[in-house]
Ligand binder design. Structure first.
Ligand SMILES: *[C@@H]1O[C@H](CO)[C@@H](O)[C@H](O)[C@H]1NC(C)=O
Ligand SMILES: *[C@@H]1O[C@H](CO)[C@@H](O)[C@H](O)[C@H]1NC(C)=O
Ligand SMILES: *[C@@H]1O[C@H](CO)[C@@H](O)[C@H](O)[C@H]1NC(C)=O
Length: 474
């Protein structure tokens, strides 16, 4: 992470910012400490100096969980923690990747034959997603080789989007190394698609905020077409990230993909019951658009059409008038074949109510009534309850952490990111921040040796940071 002082010194030494692919390209003399260290390690590793640096931030989602892939707007902000890569394009058609953290092993491959291993993805596979996405977008016949040294400060498997930041940073590195240009929106769209090479059916929030973020403001991110609108957070409150120290593991990926599928099945059943062309409908947002009704009306329709008891594959087939064979080959993805029950009512209810909370959150921020903080806090609490009860993406530790945060003065608190582990985000009155941090530390982290060991990276205040950047040394 660039420390505050370093960021400031970066701004001061900023000479003539020019726009490269709509990405700010900073000329940096007096490299800040972290870049200087990275440069030295790069030289000792590869024997020559990096030609440029790219960084892409992680993010915290303030509200709007699990709805980007349903087509609904979300409300994240970039955090300071990021992926930073020192890069030198080379004549050999080889990608050499190294990491400042020795737990992540070096990796070398030909630029012409990029294979992405979905089975057991390692760090370099995320890099390769970004690389491959850009190569394919431009149909590069003769892509340049690159030497890269990566330094990451986003805690992995914590719901702060370390993997997407890596995909985005790799996309930016490949773009610049091959002398191409794209807008930030195009980059975000390409990186969203290319992250799917690894087998996660993401909706695009993470890549979008990593590119489109701006310092000092959260963003409402809307999809189809992708766009970002500033959301100025009310003064008087600080957002605090707290890691539950439960790692989101591979099971989380599989839960995640099942949720994506449940939403798709709910889309089809709702569409069929309303006489829409259900075969072409993929996202819950499309149902609302086609019917031309409000989110509140969609919630009523969910109550009428879907039952709370889980659906079996057989019942879904009956509702849609298709065979099990057709369901498996035309709708369910490969890794979903042996899932036997689907909760459609609960998932759809979460999505439509969460989509409404996001719009309400934005409205409160722009109107800024006197009780704005209370209202926003209430929305965050409701969001957590819906994630826990309807979407079942929380876990006992996240629930406990949310309770502790609320108990010690947070106005609102919720899980953030996909869930099943990872972090919470809480809104805390700024004048109570220090006692809040002290009390949460005592109540959640100091009661458990393992949590204590990681505590210093696990509980921190954050503010909206800037999006992806390329730096060159002046
Ligand atoms: C290196 O990465 C491992 C695995 O993610 C992590 O446990 C460890 O804390 C990291 N080390 C440093 C110095 O960041
Ligand atoms: C993917 O990685 C796993 C574990 O490292 C390995 O067993 C498997 O053979 C790899 N698959 C491919 C297609 O390379
Ligand atoms: C966390 O930081 C505090 C203050 O800087 C320090 O005293 C403490 O030893 C650190 N804890 C760990 C586990 O590193």
């Amino acid at each position: 992470m660039l420390q505050e002082a370093e960021l400031n010194s970066l701004q001061e030494t900023l000479k003539l910012p020019v726009f490269y692919a709509n990405i700010v390209l900073l000329n940096v003399s007096n490299l800040p400490f972290r870049l200087q260290k990275l440069k030295e390690m790069f030289i000792s590793k590869f024997g020559s100096a990096p030609k440029f640096y790219a960084r892409a931030p992680g993010r915290v989602n303030l509200i709007g969980e699990h709805i980007d892939y349903c087509g609904y707007a979300v409300l994240p902000m970039a955090i300071e923690q990021d992926i930073l890569i020192a890069v030198e394009p080379v004549q050999t058609q080889v990608v050499q990747l190294a990491n400042t953290n020795s737990s992540y092993l070096d990796f070398t491959t030909s630029v012409n034959n990029v294979q992405i291993n979905k089975t057991k993805p390692q760090w370099h596979n995320y890099f390769l997603c970004g690389l491959k996405g850009i190569q394919e977008h431009f149909g590069l016949n003769n892509p340049t080789g690159i030497n890269c040294l990566l330094d990451g400060t986003i805690p992995p498997s914590s719901g702060l989007s370390s993997s997407s930041a890596l995909v985005c940073c790799a996309g930016l590195v490949t773009l610049r190394a091959n002398g191409k240009t794209l807008s930030k929106v195009e980059l975000a769209e390409i990186c969203t698609k290319s992250e799917r090479y690894i087998g996660t059916e993401g909706g695009g929030m993470d890549q979008s905020i990593s590119f489109l973020a701006e310092e000092g403001t959260a963003k409402l991110i809307e999809f189809s077409p992708l766009r970002a609108t500033d959301v100025r957070l009310p003064s008087g409150a600080t957002f605090v990230i707290a890691n539950s120290c439960v790692e989101m593991n591979k099971a989380a990926t599989s839960h995640y993909n099942i949720r994506v599928m449940e939403c798709r099945l709910a889309t089809k059943l709702l569409s069929k019951s309303k006489g829409l062309e259900w075969k072409n409908m993929l996202r819950l947002h499309d149902v609302q658009t086609k019917l031309g009704v409000s989110l509140e009306e969609m919630l009523t329709i969910v109550e009428e059409v879907l039952h709370p008891e889980p659906y079996s594959a057989e019942e879904i087939c009956k509702c849609l008038g298709i065979t099990l064979e057709e369901l498996r080959s035309q709708i369910l993805s490969q890794n979903m074949q042996d899932v036997s029950t689907f909760k459609l009512h609960q998932r759809a209810k979460h999505v439509y109510s969460e989509a409404a909370r996001v719009l309400e959150f934005k409205k409160i921020c722009s109107e800024a009534p006197a009780n704005a903080l209370q209202l926003l806090g209430e929305l965050m609490k409701q969001s957590h309850i819906s994630c826990r009860e309807m979407y079942e993406c929380s876990c006992p530790e996240l629930d406990r952490l949310v309770d502790i945060c609320l108990q010690f003065g947070a106005i609102g608190s919720r899980l953030t990111g996909a869930g099943w582990g990872g972090c919470t985000v809480s809104m805390v009155p700024t004048d109570k921040l220090n006692t809040f941090l002290k009390n949460v530390k005592k109540a959640y982290y100091q009661t458990d040796g393992q949590r204590l060991a990681v505590e210093n990276n696990s509980l921190f205040a954050t503010k909206p940071g800037r999006g992806a950047l390329v730096f060159v040394e002046a």
